[in-house]
Design a protein around this ligand. Sequence first.
Ligand SMILES: N[C@@H](CCC(=O)N[C@@H](CS)C(=O)NCC(=O)O)C(=O)O
Length: 205
Amino acid sequence: MIDLYTDSSPNGFKATIALEELALPYRLHHIDIDQGEQPAFLALNPHGRIPVIVDHETGVTLFESAAILLYLAEKSGQLLPQATLARWEAIKWLQFHSSSIGPLLGQRVHFEMFAEAKIPAAIERYRRLTEDAFAVLDGRLATNEWLAGENYSVADIANFGWTHIAVICGFGFTHHQHLTRWHDHVALRPAVQRGISLPAPATGP
Ligand SMILES: N[C@@H](CCC(=O)N[C@@H](CS)C(=O)NCC(=O)O)C(=O)O
């Protein structure tokens, strides 16, 4: 049995989507990230961020959503291609999400939606950088159905966690037709629809 500690947020949705896709048994613990520091939770992740999983079968405790996705893929033998080229494409686009899509959209959400002081230079910077990153995904998806190539993988789940939030926040990318086609395709998957409704649907800022 896996314990999942999560909230309704882009990083959390990656874990719920993957667990739903894989139909692995798990118990969901709702951590309200707006409540501030929670000592019991800090024992699981000293950085205090969701998602976290504890796999009682193996004794593994993990934070960082990309690590969780790779762990679940390895455990199940699914969502990560076996063939060398496709496998490394999946890992590459998973890492692109971890180092670019996620952090850049996170900053854009902060400066555009939440920051009390509206700083035009910061808003403009993260609009430009997220637009550049969307264009890179669009280019990849112009010639590939999925980010790893022919098969849906953890790379799609990870990037979708953030494109889903981009849509909720009104950060449009419909001018990128391939990215839009891919996003709409992922969104239709039943496991994705369940995953983004756990522990509750995101309502946006
Ligand atoms: N790099 C981490 C980021 C985790 C993260 O920032 N999670 C957010 C929710 S999307 C969180 O827990 N925020 C609470 C806080 O910042 O205190 C991952 O991919 O898991």
